[in-house]
Design a protein. Structure first.
Length: 314
């Protein structure tokens, strides 16, 4: 039996250098390092193999093999329901299109467009009719997907097949490329991925959320101080409900991705004076934030959106 564990961010968590731990049952038990930095542990049975794993390694394995797939499975079911509800005749709108795209791709970049769409709710009706329509939403979704693909092109050259591997070797058949080992990959991961794609959007979304909360508070105060027509009051309440739903989705994203980003930075740098096992254990849990964020949107819609619950139950 052979089990391969990844203790650093891989396909689901780009940005780290892979350090593989290979466990192979049978033939005694020993541990050692190969030339390419891989760690090999051979155990005579499953019990011995499990005992050799550190707590951090078990947490990484559990997060990647057990907990992660559960969230993926449940999240897919929830996203399917979300797509069905948001595309019903009574729920069709530009915001609904964005949420449908989120359920399909669960791209964090879409949060930016959600906030822009929410801000436009407070603009004049003429501006809303110009900017908030399904055609522009479709164009925005296409631009997002194309941009994400282009920006991530360097990841296609991060790994390569190891054709020089000796026959019967326990080492991985996939190794880091020369590009991934060089300074160019480090600069790309730090400046493009960490700074431009994570931290900059994170702080931008956080500030825009605060602005939206302030706008909602002022609008609600005006509604209390000024008597309005019943139809206008109902429309405003509906808009505020959608805006609050989007705020809950984005603040959930900010918390999960922020925690994952911080722990990943500590995991990659491993600064002196910190317990490496604690950092590794924290990252094993935090890296699930990407999967969790992509899996719980349907629950957030049900908990915070009365109109969404009504459409779903009908």
């Amino acid at each position: 039996m052979e089990v391969i564990l990844s203790t650093t961010p891989g396909i689901l968590f780009p940005g780290g250098n892979p350090e593989m731990t290979t466990l192979k049952g049978g033939g005694g038990a020993h541990a050692g390092h190969s030339e390419n930095g891989h760690v090999h542990v051979e155990a005579s049975n499953d019990h011995d193999m499990a005992a050799m794993l550190t707590m951090a390694e078990r947490m990484h394995w559990g997060a990647s093999v057990v907990v992660g797939p559960i969230f993926v499975f449940l999240g897919l079911i929830g996203n399917i329901f979300a797509i069905i509800v948001w595309n019903r005749r009574g729920m069709r709108s530009s915001t609904g299109r964005y949420l449908t795209a989120l359920a399909i791709a669960d791209s964090g970049v879409l949060i930016w467009f959600f906030l822009v769409d929410s801000l436009k709710m407070f603009a004049p009706e003429v501006a809303q009719s110009i900017f908030c329509n399904e055609k522009r939403a479709n164009v925005g979704i296409f631009i997002i997907l194309a941009t994400c693909f282009i920006i991530n092109l360097p990841h296609f050259w991060s790994y390569q097949a190891d054709f020089d591997r000796p026959a019967g070797s326990n080492t991985s058949a996939i190794v880091m490329s020369e590009f991934q080992k060089g300074e160019g990959a480090i600069n790309y991961e730090f400046w493009v991925h960490c700074i431009f794609l994570v931290l900059l959007p994170w702080f931008t979304i956080f500030i825009l959320n605060l602005l939206i909360i302030g706008k909602i508070s002022r609008t609600n105060k005006k509604m209390i101080d000024k008597k309005t027509a019943e139809s206008a009051d109902k429309s405003r309440r509906s808009e505020n409900q959608i805006t609050r739903l989007l705020l809950i989705v984005t603040f959930t994203f900010l918390f999960l991705i922020g925690f994952q980003c911080i722990t990943q930075c500590f995991f990659m740098l491993m600064p002196d004076g910190f317990d490496k096992n604690i950092i590794s254990e924290a990252f094993a849990a935090a890296k699930l934030g990407i999967i969790v964020n992509s899996s719980i949107n349907f629950l957030l819609y049900c908990m915070s959106g009365r109109r969404f619950r009504q459409e779903f139950s009908s």
